[in-house]
Structure formats: structure tokens, C-alpha cells
Design a protein around this ligand. Structure first.
Ligand SMILES: O=C(O)c1cc(=O)[nH]c(=O)n1[C@@H]1O[C@H](COP(=O)(O)O)[C@@H](O)[C@H]1O
Length: 272
């Protein structure tokens, strides 16, 4: 999907909500476990109930990989279901990959070509030749970790190298790479106070902002310094939406939670 198509969808739905599909078999309603594919059954119900409020879905691949071959099958079924039924929706494989060039090429092929995701999250630690293989595909995006939502972000990302914080080095240097127009960046919602500085370096890039909800990030703070003229934000929430209820009406409750966030986003977009 092109960035323009994503922007169009954001304005049409008055939402920049991304829903995290981090499916944990211990947290989904117990009665779904008797389904042939409980993960997909859960995702399908959540997607159908929330799609009118969301522009993107982000399965974190860890939750699927942990279920072996059944997990991979459920992941493929989920992305296919989204593309077949809601083709305007943007898909993110949250896989946090990155390796030497020829290995990265395989990761890129897996998620962006074979599985058909619109984008994949990538760790920048191994540098240019580990990221460029992901950037080769037109209308596919690489979402580079810049400043993450967790406490450990302060171990390295905010430390200075050559008098510049590492996360700023990531933003600045990655912009010089081939096909860098295919880059987006991850900035945790818990780090909203850094967004003003981040926008000075990447004023036009889309930012994937996880950490609203269960991790305590605040939507208003993210929007205040993170929004650009094209919106430029995909705000992700997973547990707070998908596990809002574990009873038979779980999907309906998830829909209501997603709608609350969408309404707040509509208000933010009105002020743009
Ligand atoms: O790349 C990510 O999506 C990510 C980066 C980051 O800095 N923090 C972060 O929480 N995430 C992911 O975003 C999701 C957050 O889920 P909730 O905390 O349940 O909303 C998880 O899948 C995390 O792996």
C-alpha cells in the first residue's frame, strides 16, 4: 500500500488506530480453544468488530511463532483475511528483524513478499546493509526501531555517540540509505516528550507509536508533538483492546474500546 493510500484511509475513517493482534492462548476466551484454529477464530472476531475504527493491524510475530507451525498458519490466514475482506487496511508484521544483508533479504522476502504484509518492523543495530534489503520493495515499508517504549530504551538509545543520542543517529543516518522513502520509525508512546526533537529530524515520516493503553502512554501527548501535516502517526494498542473482555461478547467489547480511541483521534484530527 502507498503512503498516500494510508493517509486517505486515515481521513476517511477519522482514525489512525493500529490494533495489535498479540494473541495469547492463555488470554483468549476459553471456549475458543475448541475451535480448529483458535488464534484465527479470535483474530477474525476482533477484526470484524474493530475494523471500522482502525486503519492498521499489527500482529506481533512472537505470539504466533510461539505456537509453531499452527501459529505461522494462523498468521498467514490473518493477513490474507485482512487483505481479502478489508483491502484498505494496512498490515504490519511486528517481527523486529535485521541481520547481515543476505539474511535480511530472506526476512524481507518472507514478510513483504511471500506473506504479503505491507510493512515489517526492523532493528537498526546492524546498520545500513542489514536494513537496505527491506527497502527495495515499492509500496512496502520498513519500520525502524528508533526510540522504544520500554525502560531498557535508556540503556543505549538515549546515550550519546559523537555528541548525538543514538536514537537521533538512527533517524539521521537511516535517511541517507537507498530507498529511505520506504522508512517509517517506531517511537514509544511512553516517550512522547521526545517527539518534538524527533520531528525536527524526520518531519515527514510516519511514526508507529505503540504503548498507548497497557503501557500507560497518552494519546493527547503523542498527538501534540508527533502529528505532522499528513497526520504521520499510527498509534498502536493491543492488550487494552483485544483482552478487554474474556466472555462471549469479547469482540463487541473490543469494538467499543477501539471506538473510544477512534473518537479521541477524530477530535485530534479536527484540530489538524
Ligand atoms: O515495535 C513495536 O511494535 C513495539 C515497539 C516498542 O517500543 N514497544 C512496543 O510495545 N512494541 C510492541 O507494541 C505492542 C504493544 O502492546 P500493548 O502494550 O499490549 O498495547 C507489542 O506487540 C510490543 O511488542
Amino acid at each position: 500500500m502507498s503512503i498516500q493510500e494510508l493517509i486517505n484511509q486515515i481521513h476517511k475513517k477519522k482514525s489512525f488506530l493500529c490494533i495489535g493482534l498479540d494473541v495469547d492462548l492463555e488470554k483468549i476466551p476459553a471456549y475458543l480453544l475448541s475451535e480448529e484454529d483458535p488464534i484465527f477464530a479470535f483474530n477474525k472476531a476482533i477484526i470484524d468488530a474493530t475494523q471500522q475504527f482502525a486503519v492498521a493491524y499489527k500482529p506481533n510475530t512472537a505470539f504466533y511463532e510461539a505456537c509453531g507451525i499452527k501459529g505461522w498458519k494462523a498468521l498467514q490466514k490473518t493477513v490474507d483475511y485482512l487483505h481479502d475482506n478489508y483491502p484498505e487496511i494496512y498490515t504490519i508484521a511486528d517481527a523486529k528483524r535485521g541481520d547481515i544483508g543476505n539474511t535480511s533479504r530472506m526476512y524481507a522476502k518472507t514478510f513483504l513478499l511471500d506473506m504479503g504484509f505491507d510493512s515489517v518492523t526492523v532493528a537498526p543495530y546492524m546498520g545500513k546493509d542489514s536494513v537496505e534489503p527491506f527497502l527495495e520493495f515499492q509500496n512496502r515499508h520498513t519500520i525502524l526501531l528508533a526510540l522504544t517504549s520500554n525502560e531498557g530504551a535508556f540503556d543505549f538509545q538515549t546515550k550519546k555517540v559523537d555528541d548525538l543520542e543514538l536514537y537521533k543517529q538512527v533517524l539521521t543516518t537511516s535517511r541517507t540509505w537507498k530507498n529511505s522513502e520506504n522508512l517509517m520509525y517506531v517511537v514509544g508512546a511512553t516517550k512522547a516528550e521526545y517527539l518534538q526533537e524527533i520531528r525536527k529530524i524526520v518531519p515527514n515520516s510516519f511514526l508507529l507509536v505503540p504503548g498507548v493503553g497497557a503501557q500507560g502512554g497518552k494519546l493527547e501527548e503523542v498527538c501534540k508533538s508527533g502529528m505532522n501535516k499528513d497526520v504521520g502517526l499510527l498509534v498502536n494498542s493491543a492488550r487494552k483492546i483485544i483482552y478487554a473482555s474474556d466472555s462471549s461478547n469479547f469482540a463487541e467489547v473490543a469494538g467499543a474500546k477501539a471506538e473510544v480511541l477512534q473518537k479521541q483521534m477524530e477530535e485530534e484530527l479536527r484540530q489538524l
